[in-house]
Write a protein that binds this ligand. Structure first.
Ligand SMILES: NC(=O)c1ccc[n+]([C@@H]2O[C@H](COP(=O)([O-])OP(=O)(O)OC[C@H]3O[C@@H](n4cnc5c(N)ncnc54)[C@H](OP(=O)(O)O)[C@@H]3O)[C@@H](O)[C@H]2O)c1
Length: 216
C-alpha cells in the first residue's frame, strides 16, 4: 500500500536516495526543508529522474500532509527541529535516522545527554509520536542510485510494535532487509555503531561500510 511520507531535511545527502527509492516503490514522497522553495526545487530535480513523483514543501507542511515522517537532519539541528515540529508530529510514526556525531571526532562514539538521539526525540515529542530508530548504518553513497543493490542489513528499534512493523516494511521498500532490534533504548547501540563504521571506512579505505547479520 502506498504511503504518504515526509522527509524532514530531505534536501540533504541521505534524504535524496531515500526519497528516490520510496517514490520508486510507489509511495508519495514529500521532501521537507526549512525553506519551502528549496524543497520544491529539490523535489522537481528528483522527480525529473523518473522514479516517481516527489513533492516538496517546508518541513511543517510536509509532516502535516504525511502519515509517516523520516527525520534526516544533522544531530546539531535535531533538538530544535523536533521542538519546532512537535505539534505536527503528534499521531505520526517518526523514523529517526540521526547519528549523534560530535564533529570533528566523527569516528569516536559520542553519547548525547539523552543517551541516544532517538530517545531524545521521544522525550521531546511525548507519547503521541511513535519513534522508530533505524538506517544509521546505510551510507548515502549506497542509497543515491535506486538501481544500486545495497549489501547492508538494517537494524530498527522502537517501543511501538505497530510503528516498528510499518518502518520495517518501508525499509524493505528501500531495497533493504530490516530487522527488529528491540526497544527504543537499544538505539544507544545502533547509533553508537556508526562512528565505528566511519572508522572502518578510513582504516580500510572503504566507501560506505555497512552491516550484515549472520546466524538468524
Ligand atoms: N549521510 C549519510 O551517509 C548518513 C548515513 C546514516 C545516517 N545519517 C544521518 O542522517 C542525517 C542526515 O544526514 P545527511 O548527510 O543527509 O545530512 P546533510 O545533508 O548535512 O543535511 C540534511 C538536511 O538537514 C537540513 N539541515 C542542515 N542544517 C540544519 C539546521 N541547522 N537546522 C535544520 N535543518 C538543517 C538541511 O535541509 P534544509 O537546509 O533544506 O532545511 C539539509 O539538507 C544525519 O543525522 C546523519 O547522522 C547519514
Amino acid at each position: 500500500m502506498g504511503r504518504t511520507i515526509a522527509i524532514i531535511g530531505g534536501t540533504g545527502k541521505e534524504g535524496r536516495g531515500i526519497a528516490l527509492r520510496w517514490a520508486n516503490a510507489g509511495h508519495e514522497v514529500i521532501v521537507g526543508s526549512r525553506d519551502g522553495q528549496r524543497a520544491a526545487e529539490k523535489a522537481a530535480e528528483l522527480s525529473s529522474l523518473g522514479h516517481g513523483t516527489i513533492r516538496g514543501s517546508d518541513n511543517a507542511s510536509a509532516v502535516r500532509a504525511a502519515e509517516v515522517a523520516l527525520l534526516s537532519v544533522p544531530y546539531g539541528a535535531h533538538g530544535d527541529t523536533l521542538r519546532g515540529l512537535r505539534q505536527e508530529l503528534q499521531d505520526r510514526v517518526l523514523i529517526d535516522i540521526t547519528v549523534p556525531l560530535a564533529p570533528p571526532k566523527v569516528r569516536t562514539v559520542h553519547l548525547p545527554k539523552g543517551r541516544a538521539a532517538a530517545l531524545e526525540a521521544q522525550e521531546v515529542l511525548g507519547p503521541g509520536a511513535k519513534v522508530v530508530a533505524a538506517l544509521h548504518h546505510v551510507s548515502s553513497a549506497h542509497l543515491a542510485d535506486p538501481e544500486h543493490a545495497i549489501d547492508c542489513d538494517v537494524l530498527a528499534c522502537s517501543d511501538d510494535p505497530a510503528a516498528l512493523e510499518l518502518a520495517l516494511s518501508l525499509i524493505g521498500d528501500l531495497g533493504l532487509s530490516g530487522y527488529d532490534a528491540g526497544p527504543l533504548a537499544n538505539a544507544v547501540a545502533l547509533e553508537s555503531l556508526t562512528p565505528v563504521l566511519l572508522h572502518l571506512n578510513k582504516r580500510y579505505k572503504g566507501r560506505g561500510a555497512g552491516l550484515r547479520l549472520t546466524g538468524i
